[in-house]
Design a protein around this ligand. Structure first.
Ligand code: ASP
Length: 321
């Protein structure tokens, strides 16, 4: 069934690639969530991406994102090739743009890129001829993570609008936080940023979120609590006195979670550091924790994004030019 926006003659997703949630209209985000919903628990029938080449170029470590993009592409029938950091010529001094031109010369049908520098993926996207999907660039954006988080919330809570979502931890270095602020506020949630003062970016309110440095106050009445890891690889110097001290004031414990709504949903993008930002028992509580469900939704969301962004080059009937 065509999406209602298609029936009305409007383009449901006019973007060439997926660099960030920034610039996406709420109905475009919802369109991708609806498309992803259709892939949940389902492998592709008919392999719509058969004959297409998907290159995953990850210049920074990844477990969940790389694997799920690979599984998503394979389930759709694409030929998936992975370029690992350890084996790439960046190590030999090649510039990012030369790497981009090299990848482009292989004539891929889509590129999935993760890079440690904010803005690097957008830069590459401007130099290549195929759709580029941002799998995380520095502290800038991680759009498919925000989409899978939104899908997880929507499925568990039945809605996003009006929910109180507390995003807690190392906001300063987190691309997950940025993409989630953009997506969840666009979808009508009331979003809070909860962090020690050293890990709260200046002008955080510009994202349309409210800031809290007291964890108990930030969690008060929250419907969803999303915990973030201390991104030590992006820190130059010490932002917290010690991991033990951090857990004492900002770790998610039973006592702290008691301030949230009785039916609170606990989320974490992974990798988790048990005993640092989250008590392991809470993460393992299948009633409240959606951590493994988030991973499952990641495959569905990435299938949807790969499918939607290659429709134009596949000349899918009914898909506007
Ligand atoms: N996996 C997420 C990311 O790539 C979160 C994290 O690394 O803490 O940003």
């Amino acid at each position: 069934m065509p999406h209602p926006a298609l029936a009305a003659g409007a383009h449901p997703f006019p973007h060439v690639g997926l660099i960030g949630i920034a610039g996406m209209a709420p109905w475009e985000i919802e369109f991708l969530l609806d498309e992803a919903e259709a892939w949940v628990g389902r492998t592709a029938t008919g392999h719509p991406l058969a004959g297409l080449t998907q290159i995953n170029a990850f210049f920074e470590n990844s477990t969940r994102t790389l694997l799920s993009f690979e599984i998503a592409g394979k389930r759709l029938g694409a030929d998936v090739v992975n370029l690992g950091i350890a084996t790439s010529s960046l190590k030999k001094g090649e510039t990012l743009l030369d790497t981009a031109l090299t990848l482009n010369a292989m004539r891929p049908d889509c590129l999935v890129i993760r890079h440690g520098a904010s803005g690097a993926v957008g830069l590459i996207a401007a130099k290549v001829d195929c759709p580029v999907l941002n799998a995380g660039d520095g502290r800038h954006e991680h759009p498919t993570q925000a989409l899978l988080d939104a899908l997880t919330i929507r499925r568990r809570k039945g809605r996003i609008e009006g929910l109180r979502v507390a995003i807690c931890g190392d906001i300063l270095h987190s691309r997950v936080a940025r993409s989630n602020f953009l997506a969840l506020t666009a979808l009508g949630a009331e979003v809070r940023a909860v962090a020690p003062p050293t890990l709260l970016p200046a002008a955080i309110e510009a994202f349309g979120v409210s800031a809290f440095t007291d964890m108990d106050k930030g969690l008060a009445g929250a419907d969803v609590v999303m915990m973030l890891r201390l991104q030590t690889e992006r820190m130059d110097g010490a932002y917290v006195p010690s991991a033990r001290e951090y857990f004492r004031f900002y770790g998610l414990t039973e006592a702290r979670l008691a301030h949230a709504a009785a039916d609170v949903l606990v989320m974490h993008p992974g990798p988790m550091n048990r005993g640092v930002e989250i008590d392991g028992a809470i993460a393992d509580d299948l009633v409240r924790s959606a951590v493994t469900e988030q991973v499952e939704m990641g495959v569905a969301v990435r299938m949807a994004c790969l499918d939607v962004l290659t429709r134009k080059r596949r000349n899918v009937p009914g898909w506007p030019a």
